[in-house]
Design a binder for this molecule. Sequence first.
Ligand code: GLN
Length: 390
Amino acid sequence: MPTLSSRTAGFTDSVIRRMTRISNQFGAVNLSQGFPDFDPPKAILDRLAEVTREDFHQYSITWGAQNFREALAAKYEHFAGRAIDPNGEIVVTCGSTEAMMAAMMSVTNPADKVIVFSPFYENYGADTILSGAEPIYVPLIPPAFTFDADVLEAAFRQHPKALILCNPSNPCGKVFTRQELEVIADLAKKYDTFVITDEVYEHILYQPHRHTYLATLPGMWERTIQCSSLSKTYSITGWRLGYVIAAPEIIETVKKVHDFLTVGAAAPLQEAAVTGLRFGDDYYMALQQEYTEKRDLFLKGLDRIGIAHTVPEGAYYILLDISEFGYANDLEFCELLAEKVGVGAVPGSSFFRESENRYIRLHFAKKQQTLEDALSRLADIRKRMPVRQR
Ligand code: GLN
């Protein structure tokens, strides 16, 4: 057989998606891959039912249906405070996964450097490999996951083409403060660097934390490529609806990359999702309230069990500290956790560049009953998990 591409030689499969398969195999409560087990808003589903009988079964415009882009532009202006052009500053993609890839392909050349904060969402590693770029990792230091501005500047001195910013952050739950974003923005301007943002958790925040759109900081609109999606905000991860928002000169290129990658996002789903994009503030307030209740329920349960954990400021992940179990390999821990305890988790090592086996990631985007089921299983963790001597 001829050899396969060297581009993919360093690839493994996604550990997050693998843990979903392992959870299913053992009938575990799957708190690994982050997606809800509750229904999307009824109004969106009602519209979807109507759309099946309407004329939305052929391609939409490659960079997104007109009314979807218009509704998105209005929503963006409402939350970010900047009016954007639905025709020249938006590309609708197949999830933010494609948005990030299209952004990377649009700004980097092979061998360009890209700054990635560690821990990071695992797709960024694959995105850099596929686009031929080289990551420079800058640690976010636990427990507050702050960065050292001097270390960040040292990374910028290597003249990266872009920095990837996940805010609110998966997996550590950090919400970058305005001051932190100003440090990043000042460095991006000083070293003439793009910033690619992943803001899929922009509406999942806990008091008193607020989301600041980096692109709205002075001088950042021209150099920020914003990626986000409808997956988390409207609980429709399977619909694969994401988007890129950026200045027209950047969007011109993103449009082309996107067109040749996927042609377009699903037309009937875009039409149904317009209903969600037009929701008023009450929807987003209720979403925050629901996630706050889930977070509180889950964290209280973990405290009762007595395992140390992070307290997320945004997004819906927590990192559990599993040091007491003595495992040198957190993947082995997660496989046994699914089998012996019946809870699916993601090994922390799939997010950290540093050699780190101390954490596993659980998410709480689940019904109360599912979370209670997971907590009652986790209550037996010390009984059921074999202890390893390091
Ligand atoms: N972002 C989610 C997670 O981190 C889902 C990832 C995915 O599989 N697309 O679990």
